[in-house]
Every structure is written in structure tokens, then in C-alpha cells.
Design a binder for this molecule. Sequence first.
Ligand code: F6R
Length: 242
Amino acid sequence: MEIIVAKDYAEMSRKAADVIAACLKENPATRLGLATGSTPEGLYACLVKDYQAGLLDFSQASSFNLDEYRGLAHDHDQSYHYFMKKNLFDAVNIDPANTAVPDGANPDAQAACDEYEAAIEAAGGVDIQLLGMGHNGHIGFNEPADEFPKQTHCVDLTESTISANSRLFDSAEEVPRQAYTMGIGTIMKAKKILVVANGTAKAAIVRDAFTGAVTPSVPASILQFHPDVTVVLDADAASLLA
Ligand code: F6R
């Protein structure tokens, strides 16, 4: 595991974007694994800037997002479909047909999740998976649990996640209670993993996940067992690392 500490959010975003840009330059048909949330917004802005400057080409790239709320229409402004269009897909030359986000609008959870897992497999897997981390160590929507979920599945969101995400909705009541998410097994199959975290509120979980015991009660800790992980932190998120 390589841990890179940037001085602030802007530098974290640039350095993390450079990791993805390097993959795309080496292999224009890179299969990207993408994340939503506040943390990667700056990274996506860097990728869009690179594209606009003619430094990056997404025409052969494809993508699979980590997760989506269950029950939100694709055009709901808090859906992850919408987030990705706004932050990346509409701003670069990726073919929309080559972008995939779990289908939160499909009420049949089993079918939606099985189809998504099969689509990742059929594509040949993810080359580089971008991850943010929840305050409780969740990756995707894999919440602390007694075991590591293997495949794309439907989860009940924890109160901690509902309350963290309620800042984006009009009220906590409006936050969906379930989501479809890649499993930990799905994430661990990616060839390369890139984690981003910023801010003092993430410092304790960064320390626990990357220097503590590997346990499903801290889902991100499993990344210690992945052979190719790059973690890019700002100084605040890195502040409790020895
Ligand atoms: C988003 C996702 C989540 C977030 C995590 C951190 O697709 O899978 O695991 O990465 O909740 O969110 P932010 O970046 O908003 O702190």
C-alpha cells in the first residue's frame, strides 16, 4: 500500500487524478471503477480540466460505479446517476453507453444486483477502482458488519451513513434507507485501487483502516490485503498516522 500525503484538498485531488490519468494514458480502454460523494468532486474537476486541455481522452474508456440508492429515479438530483453525469460523464467524451451505475430504479433488488455483478464480470473486471471512505470505514455502501460481503447486493444504510448523507437532502427522512452496492469481493477484484480521503473528520478512520486490524467492522481495512492500493490523503486526514 502506497500512502501519499498532500498538503490540502486541491493537491490531494490533483495527485489522485494523476493516478487515473496515468492509467488512461497507458490504456485508453481502461475500465474505471468510480465513486461519488464529496471527496472525489475535486478529482473529477481535475480530470475534466485535463480533458478540456486535450490531455485526456475517454472515448475508449468505460466505467462502473460503486453504488446507488435504491428507489431513486436516475434523474433525481441526489441519485448517483445524476452525480456522475454532472461531475464527469457530461463533461468528457466517455460514451454514455459505456458507463454503468447500479440501477436503483429497479425495485427487484436481487435482479438489479446480480445483473450488475455479471456485467462487471462480462466486461473483464475493473482496472482501477476509486474509493472514498465513510466515517465508519464503509467503502461503497458496505457498512461495518460481521463479515465482508462478496458481491453486489442490497444494503440497509446505517444511521451514521443516513445522517452523514442527510446534508445533501432536504431532511434525514428523505435519505433512502437502502442502496445497491458492489460487494467487498467485487471491489477487491479490481486490479488497482485508489482511495481518497480528506479532512480531520476522516483522520481516525484512516488510521484504523490502514494501520489497525483487518476486520469487517472496519470494511476499508480489507484493502490492506490488496496487492496494489494507492491512498491519497490531505494533511488533515493523515494527521493521526504515525
Ligand atoms: C460513494 C461511496 C461512499 C463514499 C463515502 C465517503 O460512491 O461509495 O462510500 O465514498 O461515503 O463519502 P464522502 O466523500 O462524501 O465523505
